[in-house]
Design a protein around this ligand. Structure first.
Ligand code: ADP
Length: 158
């Protein structure tokens, strides 16, 4: 039987850390559905359409990856996508507390859905969307840390 996972996030913007998490997820699952969260209360820098386009372009050649928008409950996304698991990435111990709470809550909401954690490559442990936004807005070069599709968006040409 085909196994799938949903990988939720804000992806504001998608980074090579996220890409690495997806590629590791593809070693464990046949199919990864990336759920781009609307997340209006986080006041994202890029609107949902732009975030969806950046993620879709990044994985346009990977038939096992699908990109969808979602608002609402993560377990509902997993249920509608018929996914067995939620995929999340861990960078450092500082991620753990929040991830642990979220995984526990999601298990309370639907105990059939497992949360699977993977660690990105060491060179990406310091990479976060927030730092990409900050460094780029101050004119720093982040081109080695994001997929190519993101660069025009950071340069404001899209
Ligand atoms: P959220 O708003 O849900 O935290 P993010 O887009 O910031 O969404 O992150 C989505 C997931 O990707 C989270 O599980 C986060 O820990 C993970 N992640 C982000 N960057 C990295 C990275 N560099 N290495 C490993 N995991 C990462």
């Amino acid at each position: 039987m085909k196994q799938s996972a949903v990988y939720p996030g804000t992806f504001d913007p998608i980074t090579l850390g996220h890409v690495d998490v997806v590629n590791r997820g593809l070693k464990l699952f046949d199919h990864v559905v990336i759920g781009v969260a609307e997340n209006p209360n986080k006041e994202p820098m890029f609107d949902l359409e732009a975030r969806l386009r950046m993620v879709s372009q990044t994985f346009q050649d990977e038939s096992r990856v699908e990109v969808v928008a979602f608002s609402g409950l993560l377990v509902e996304l997993a249920q509608t996508q018929k996914a067995e698991a939620i995929l999340r990435g861990l960078r450092a111990a500082s991620d753990f507390e929040y991830e642990f709470q979220m995984a526990t809550m999601n298990r309370r909401l639907d105990e059939k859905i497992e949360t699977a954690f993977v660690m990105a490559r060491e060179d990406y442990t310091f990479v976060s969307s927030r730092f990409i936004r900050e460094i780029s807005s101050m004119g720093g070069d982040v081109s080695a840390l994001v997929p190519e599709s993101v660069i025009p968006y950071l340069e404001g040409s899209k």
